[in-house]
Design a protein around this ligand. Structure first.
Ligand code: SF4
Length: 438
């Protein structure tokens, strides 16, 4: 039994780095502390507890985590500092040595943090609690409110793929998930709280169901029935797991949006093989064609990594031509970063930072071209837009079903409302189309 009297009237500040999944998990940690009596500290107020949820996707991410911890320690002198997340799981020793850190919790421990907080007395030295990779098994459900409009529902955690460049399976453990029934329950709760849009998140969400004998398609069908949720978006899904039945279901669904985010990582078959990805460019191209056949206006975002070990100039040129040929909307371009413990370190050919930068710039320019063309061909169309909360005195923004960002004049009563809008020209900074509410 945990004595929660120690938490009464205490305040906490939360800092999250990395992916949507981390944000969703931080919000669950916040909920646990809130239920124990801890209030979120107001802006400028000194907190009693600092929680940092870290990321370790690149070397830069590790550095940003250390900087964030140092900053919070300075801003909240005397606060009890807890660090969790991927960097904490992978490097507990390093993190616990950072000045001011009291507690380091690994992947398996983070949802049980009340148990580790004790009486909130600062420690002489950081205390680390992590589990070996094979023991990371539990699935901590979480559904966070990103803002008033959008919720992030964690449907799956961990990954069994072991791509050669990726450190995530080492930080998050094996693929696992909650049941379809528990996800439906969380979606119902989000709807009861006024949520209209849910983004399904996870590390490898297409793998959903492995630990419960269900499938991602079962989940999609069940969520589609939840009353009150107007929109679902499927975040990043591996191309080999995006089945034709899912694509067709989305094309017929009123709730699942024509919006996909698919990691390609490289448009060269040679590099894909070095990366140990589970598909080739032909499969990827066939998925894009299938989506476009049944949803010609679907937004398709694609992740690409440049400068992976083994990506020679010739391989990059092949990749560029392949990506250029795809009917996609946007590229998310990442520069390869060497991660300790990964198989990619055994590949000889190393791309220089300068070359990585050049390749990244070329792909970003290509992305801009594709996004502009996609937006521009929608000018003049009438579409439904879900408006998001705005700051007073600034224009409001929202998204169409196919993820076009729309700007309208500020009208607070439209917050979290679906409105019909005629899409006009680009806004001033070319980040959205101006809309006229009909
Ligand atoms: S699918 Fe590959 S890149 Fe994605 S998390 Fe799993 S191992 Fe990492």
């Amino acid at each position: 039994m945990i004595d929660t009297t120690v938490f009464q009237d205490k305040t906490a500040v939360y800092y999250t780095l990395g992916c949507k999944l981390n944000f969703s998990e931080t919000s669950t940690i916040g909920k646990i502390l809130r239920e124990a009596g801890v209030r979120t500290s107001r802006k400028g107020e000194k907190a009693d507890i600092c929680v940092v949820n870290t990321c370790s996707v690149t070397e830069m991410a590790d550095k940003k985590c250390r900087q964030a911890i140092n900053r919070l320690v300075k801003q909240h002198p005397g606060a009890f500092v807890v660090v969790t997340g991927c960097y904490a799981q992978l490097k507990p020793g390093d993190v616990s040595k950072i000045d001011g850190v009291d507690l380091v919790l690994g992947a398996e421990q983070k949802s049980d943090l009340l148990h580790y907080l004790g009486n909130l007395q600062k420690h002489q030295e950081g205390e680390a609690h992590t589990s070996a990779l094979k023991d990371i098994r539990s699935f901590a459900p979480s559904c966070s409110r990103g803002d008033r409009t959008r919720f992030f529902l964690k449907v799956q955690d961990g990954c069994d793929y072991y791509c050669s460049y990726c450190t995530i399976p080492l930080a998050r453990g094996r693929s696992r998930n909650g049941t379809v029934a528990s996800m439906v329950e969380q979606a119902r709760t989000a709807a009861a709280e006024g949520g209209k849009e849910i983004v399904l998140t996870g590390v490898n969400i297409g793998d959903f169901g492995k630990s419960t004998g269900e499938t991602f398609f079962d989940l999609v069908k069940a969520l589609d029935e939840v009353e009150g949720i107007e929109r679902y978006r499927i975040s990043s899904i591996e191309p080999n797991l995006l089945t034709d039945e899912i694509i067709e279901f989305v094309s017929r669904s009123r709730r699942f949006m024509p919006h996909f985010h698919i990691p390609l990582q490289s448009g060269s078959d040679d590099v894909l093989a070095l990366m140990r990805r589970r598909y080739d460019t032909a499969l990827f191209a066939s998925k894009i064609s299938r989506i476009k056949e049944v949803m010609p206006d679907a937004f398709i975002g694609v992740d690409v990594i440049v400068g992976t070990r083994g990506e020679t100039e010739e391989f990059f040129e092949n990749a560029y031509r392949f990506i250029e040929s795809l009917d996609i909307t946007q590229l998310h371009v990442f520069s390869y970063s060497e991660r300790p413990g990964t198989q990619a370190l055994k590949i000889d050919h190393v791309v220089t930072p300068d070359e990585k930068h050049k390749r990244s710039q070329r792909l970003l320019a290509l992305s801009e071209e594709k996004t502009k063309a996609f937006y521009t061909r929608h000018i003049g169309q009438t579409m439904s837009v879900l408006m998001e909360k705005s700051k007073p005195g600034t224009p409001m923004h929202g998204f169409t079903a196919n993820y076009i960002r729309v700007e309208v004049e500020n009208e607070p009563s439209l917050d979290n409302q679906l409105v019909t809008v005629r899409l006009g020209e680009w806004n001033e900074d070319e980040t959205a189309l101006k809309g006229t509410i009909l």
